[in-house]
Write a protein that binds this ligand. Sequence first.
Ligand SMILES: Cc1cc2nc3c(=O)[nH]c(=O)nc-3n(C[C@H](O)[C@H](O)[C@H](O)COP(=O)(O)OP(=O)(O)OC[C@H]3O[C@@H](n4cnc5c(N)ncnc54)[C@H](O)[C@@H]3O)c2cc1C
Ligand code: FES
Ligand code: FES
Length: 1351
Amino acid sequence: MEEFKKKLQVPGDELVFFVNGKKITEKNADPEITLLTYLRRTLGLTGTKLGCAEGGCGACTVMVSKYHPHQNHIVYLFNHYAINACLAPLCSLHHCAVTTVEGIGSVASKLHPVQERIAKAHGSQCGFCTPGIVMSMYALLRSKPQPTMHDIQEAFQGNLCRCTGYRPILEGYRTFTKEGGCCGGKGQTNGCCMTNGNVEEQENSMHPTEKLYDQSEFMPLDPTQETIFPPELVTLSKQSQREMRFVGERVLWVQPCSLKDLLELKAKYPNAKLVVGNTEVGIEMKFKNLLYPVIVAPAYIPELNIIQHNQDGIQVGASVTLTVLGEELRSTVEKLPAHRTQIFSAVLEQLQWFAGQQIRNVAAVGGNIMTASPISDLNPVFMAAGCKLTVMSKGQKRVLEMDDKFFPGYRKTALRPEEILLSVEIPYSKKGQYFSAFKQSPRKEDDIAIVTCGMNVQFKEKSNTVQSIRISYGGMAPVTVLAKTTCNRLLNRQWNEELLEEACTSLAEEMSLSPSAPGGMVSYRRTLTISLFYKFFLTVQHKLAVNLQMEGVIVEDIQPEYSSATDRFRLDAPSSVQLYQAVPPGHNSDDVIGHPIMHLSALKQATGEAVYCDDMPCYENELHLALVTSSKPHALIKSIDTASAMSFPGVVSFISAKDIPGSNMTGPVVYDETVFADDKVTCVGHIVGAIVADNQAHAQRAAKAVKISYEELQPVIVTIQDAISNKSFFDPVRSISRGDVSQGFKDADHILHGEIHIGGQEQFYLETNCTLAVPRGEDGEMELFVSTQSASKTQALVAKALGVPASRIVCRVKRMGGGFGGKESRSTILSTVVAVAAQKVKRPVRCMLDRDEDMLVTGGRHPFFGCYKVGYSKNGRVIALEVTLYSNAGNSLDLSLSILERALFHMENSYNIVNIRGTGYMCKTNLPSNSAFRGFGGPQGMMVAESWMSDVALSCGLPAEEVRRINMYKEGDLTPFNQRLEQFTIDRCWEECMQLSEFGNRKEAVEEHNRKHRWTKRGLSIIPTKFGISFTAVFLNQAGALAHVYSDGSVLLTHGGTEMGQGLHTKMVQVASKTLKIPCSKIHITETSTNMVPNTSPTAASASSDLNGMAVYNACQTLLQRLQPYIDKKPKGCWEDWVKAAYFDRVNLSANGFYKTPDLGYDFDTNSGRPFNYFSYGVAVSEVEIDCLTGSHKNLHTSIVMDVGKSLNPALDIGQVEGGFMQGLGLFTLEELRYSPNGYLYTRGPGMYKIPAFGDIPIELKVSLLRDAPNERAIFSSKAVGEPPLFLAASVFYAIKDAIMAARTESGLTGPFRLDSPATPERIRNACEDKFTQLCPPANPETFTPWAVQV
Ligand SMILES: Cc1cc2nc3c(=O)[nH]c(=O)nc-3n(C[C@H](O)[C@H](O)[C@H](O)COP(=O)(O)OP(=O)(O)OC[C@H]3O[C@@H](n4cnc5c(N)ncnc54)[C@H](O)[C@@H]3O)c2cc1C
Ligand code: FES
Ligand code: FES
């Protein structure tokens, strides 16, 4: 550092800012350090979380407040806004005040209403997203104490939650709005919730609704109580500004205070990077490993912050943030006549779908232009509008037009190195001018564009003759482009059908793409350029008809059924109903079972006090680890060169296979994997080694410098199809069959064949994998703090790698920020590496994977390919079925066999197919091993079933719901694996769901809509699910518990399960409370630990409440029996009296409990036995609307009826139903892992991999827990709920398919068609074949190598 300072000959300044009201003076502010790292590592404020480091998840949201001595009407004197701390350079915060989740309230002192309401409304499950959501809401309330629902939805565009399904968060925060607000008892015009209760819900429901929480408990929001902006900062900000310089290890940060100084600096350092929001540069430095030695921060230069209305338009300084630009344009649009503000409205349209609020609050308009990204959302608008750009260098100023010369190449602009962008002028539009902007992205909210465009046409006076036209596209070339040829062809033409035809044909030629083009989706992108133009055409045509009619010129209007093509996608405010059976009146009030108790950690999660693995304070001598992974899918390692890496600052050691004291072979079931690849790598992302250094940044930099040379091997098998061609399978091939399949086919009226591919899915737990390993220094002892679902498996595999008995290893799990199966076995690949490193360096070693590493190395849900042959009768009754399932297992077996088996066990979903044969193959490929994910193969098996069911209905021309109904199981039927269905409740779920969703009326309305609309179609579907509960590996169906009663009466409970947000600990405390007959407040669970309960099964298979609940019950019963004499002796005494008496009488007040599920076991050879203890059932109805031109869809309605037995806790169970459903919705409609043909994963973060966001929840969501359905096979008559609801999201997929069918009918297409999962906009658009898709046919697959392949 000193060396660098000398080289630059500058002393560093002191950075002064405030955090939670406390002044921080940092003498060594390193420009490479983000605010997040500083908060977590330097200040120990770990409430703010790291979920992605790329601004895509919002877990790191904090509020920044600034004082602006020179405020204008848009920038207020004090500004409070949410930002992503993971992207904010520490150095950008000079003279700012930062508020983190710890700064607004705590459980220990006083909660803030924002924290209280999310927790009490059950909006926090694992809690890892919660602090970020709390801070987004808090920042909104600081500037708008009574927001609208729309404001809230907008504020959450940059926040993700993987657990809750979002509904409870929005419900909880609706109480802050005018519409649904809780006034805190102060009275409101629309009535007070404290006196009315939740009136709307009661009216809508079929049964009287019990509330899941009581709004009247909520503390009122009192904006006057908020902390004020630090007066010292006001004084400091008013003082004359001077240039600031901060010097780090490798980077100099200069913050000039005048334009002159800025230009001087740019002349001196022409290669210096200008940084305003850092939302682009930050990503380049973190993920592309780019280094910018000099950074210049022009955020405070007045000339770059102007917003000035000129004669021709609005001059916007390059450093103006997108939020400020949006506010200015919105107020101008409100003031000026519409024909003047067409372009401003188009910019606003783009801004609405531009990133999330946290990004828009800091990202500058100049940053977007100068990044020159081919998928920039603003550049096509600016280009189509012909915006003027003022650029400056020392002594020179020029004005350039944004045209096709402005971007000479990929990420290049026409500016010279010494020049800066000063401002952009966005012109007013004129009479007769029409302008639209469109953006199409995989997800509507916070997503980058697939194709984005600006379209601008000017007509000759009082006519529909084109005077000038300019169309600009992003996403169609390495730069933003103009469709010049097409535009020239349209000049002087009338705006009519012939022009449309000419434009479409011309665009199809001009906007062509190589079939191998980066980004893929080639046909779709090409079709979009035309489809979006068509939308523009119709929009303009309609406006022309209206406007010219006023001027006496008649132009034909568009047909009414085409008008929906011109509608813009808007977020509607969601509504919901939750129904459950309350405990009967007169029920013992001490019995907490059946009550909607809040997750016991929810309040701590909302305040940031809940401790996750990486929140543990650092040990004094702790080191950090970074992985070194393979860049080749299949290769021999020739050499590993660590010389350069070892010379990096802070590096302590390189760890590889040679350092393993025990065995390098590992794996959860069979040992077919390596801890570190020794001679061969079998996937991109295979762990080869690890660097250990004094901090994470040093470790990661050095890890990137490790050079591995390879000898590439063949074959490289990536896809299921590759594996089938190469016969690359793991053993065994599994099969289940029942009945006489050949005879069945002979008896059938018809036979059809079909296929479906179901893509994989990333678990995307918000907290990535994390391990802290602490060697204890004697006897090979080591303590591990791990974010894992499998404490015992971690212990066993670490012991194996270290060559010590398991008794020397303790694995401790406090809580996880989500697991979903992803931390069942794959967490061990990190834990073993960290443990080996800690053993070698004899110091504590920590590693929390970055999101991109986690996604790269840990695999996900198995992609499946299903082929089927179905024999059926004319009325749709399926008589025979032959199905073959192929899963993409990746490079090791992991849990693939159990997953495949579960897929086969669910191959008929809920249908009674008497002649059936299912065969399953596990494909061995050069991908990271795929693993468990909620549903564990079940959803894939059932998805194939619903595909043939849909095909049968389409071929018979019968309503799908009828065909499903007639094939449905009945009580007492046998499954293909010969298990009898008892207490079968799907019939009841089905009937109730039909009623709840008003299926009949809804269907009529859908048909009516479809008759009236050509370009939007609605679809409806009802889907059942039957999910077998138990681990199919029999030995795992056991659990242990340990309960200590201390002499003060407090109880410490431990059991084998881990807490990952599902509320397992809460349920276990409820079970103990009911059994011991004491309040929950006396019972505490600290953690899961292998030295408290040994040989635990993973927390998985939805069975953890069943298994651990019984073990807890067993332990508590033992304690109760031991206490009984003292209770009998003093029946009127209290718990503490009895405990004390027993203690003094020398009674053992510690008891363990154990449970194993009886009568389990299945034999594939004889197709006999019981694989499952019982089944969980559910039914869902969903309605969607698709945009046939873009492939986007809206989830309009979902009703779910779920059988959860007698719910232990309806709030937690509804949380699982809704959260599981939303994950399924991601699986089937949104989430797409994209791999190169060489097995390189492109989608390695929230930027490219889209999980459902707030805006994806069904606009209307009804969830009902089936009443009067006790389940005698589980604790207190409850049922498992974690996995079963996930598949119900298939109702959305098949509603989409139904809507696509309606669109295809318009083009004369009938009968079954293949729709693979997920139903992305690309697949939906391509399936809605029409005249536009015909213009862009896909290239012959034999003729090119695609950018991405379906694995
Ligand atoms: C999560 C996320 C979501 C995003 N979503 C979108 C989206 O939906 N649409 C979209 O288009 N983009 C999106 N982006 C990209 C990015 O946010 C925008 O491009 C943003 O406008 C960049 O502004 P900035 O101030 O943060 O740029 P910085 O990162 O600060 O700078 C970007 C570049 O501009 C240069 N620069 C900045 N100001 C000047 C100037 N005055 N003169 C010369 N050069 C200058 C810098 O040197 C640098 O090369 C997203 C980014 C993230 C992280
Ligand atoms: S960690 Fe900052 S947005 Fe994800
Ligand atoms: S509670 Fe939101 S990610 Fe877990």
